[in-house]
Design a protein around this ligand. Structure first.
Ligand SMILES: Nc1ncnc2c1ncn2[C@@H]1O[C@H](COP(=O)(O)OP(=O)(O)OP(=O)(O)O)[C@@H](O)[C@H]1O
Ligand SMILES: [Mg+2]
Length: 273
């Protein structure tokens, strides 16, 4: 039996090979994330904020297996996501990610239906009954997912270049939901969209979270978004976590100087807008 403890990251450090010095010299590794410890409890929404290059995406990538940690541990419901040998595919499936740019994360040559159904090809044991062999079942399952993200059935037959940015992002969300995740990681999932569309996609994410009792790790530059969606906020700076606070506390009594700077910058932006 597994205990529903959610995501648990301990002392995570991730380094990238840096540029070669002088063209031929040794690479000096870049530490993108240093000793980060964080939790996302079941059904909790945690926002991850911080300036560009502070390591937010690197944390997300480490969780979904797109970046290799140098040290530390990542567990979901008590099972390690880092030990590939131990048959943790079931655990990995509990986590899905939505990326910033839906156009580059969807294959432009595939129909929206095929983009969504890809997940089932890769993970046959969790695909809904019959979707891999029966085209009709597959279409029905896709249309059902499209409806959950507010898209009409006819979107199934269209390719990403024929869809708007907002529609593409909805297809990406449908694809993320195809394997019934428990935790959705959204990495700047609305920031590439037109401002008018951002609010709609954000609303959709909130609705989906509610309907499926998901937990969310929400990476964003936008403190207004944080206030609307998150229970708790983590602030990153230079690869380290500098603040971990309830949303209310962060906005009313930020502890770290850097958080105060972020909040002040956001207020300025509001005034400018
Ligand atoms: N594939 C890579 N190879 C080398 N360095 C990388 C790679 N990806 C990220 N980095 C570096 O790691 C650091 C953290 O990058 P990361 O993308 O995690 O930041 P971020 O907080 O997501 O920034 P942004 O808000 O701009 O998306 C940066 O210094 C970045 O240049
Ligand atoms: Mg990023």
């Amino acid at each position: 039996m597994t205990t529903a403890t959610g995501l648990r990251i301990r002392d995570l450090t991730v380094t990238y090979p840096g540029p070669r010095s002088g063209g031929l010299g040794r690479r000096t590794p870049i530490t993108a994330v240093r000793d980060v410890t964080l939790d996302v409890a079941p059904q909790e929404t945690v926002a991850l904020v911080g300036e560009s290059g502070s390591g937010k995406s690197t944390i997300a990538k480490a969780v979904v297996g797109l970046a290799e940690p140098a040290s530390g541990s990542i567990h979901y419901d008590g099972k390690s996501l880092l030990e590939r040998r131990t048959g943790n595919r079931g655990t990995r499936r509990a986590i899905a990610m939505v990326f910033q740019d839906p156009r580059s994360s969807l294959n432009p040559r595939l129909s929206a239906e095929a983009c969504i159904a890809e997940a089932w090809q890769a993970q046959p044991d969790t695909a809904p009954d019959g979707v891999r062999r029966n085209p009709r079942r597959r279409r029905d399952a896709v249309v059902d997912l499209l409806a959950q993200v507010g898209l009409d059935p006819d979107v199934a037959g269209k390719r990403p270049p024929a869809l708007s940015g907002g529609q593409c992002q909805r297809v990406s969300i449908a694809r993320a939901l195809a394997l019934n995740p428990r935790l959705l990681i959204c990495d700047e999932a609305v920031s590439a969209l037109d401002v008018s569309v951002q609010a709609q996609v954000l609303q959709l994410l909130v609705k989906v979270r509610q309907a499926r009792s998901l937990s969310m790790l929400f990476i964003t530059h936008d403190l207004g978004v944080v206030r609307q969606v998150a229970d708790r906020v983590l602030v990153m700076r230079h690869g380290e976590l500098v603040e971990n606070a309830e949303v209310q506390t962060l906005f009313t009594a930020p502890r770290h100087d850097y958080t105060r700077e972020l909040l002040a910058a956001a207020v300025d932006l509001d005034a400018a807008g």
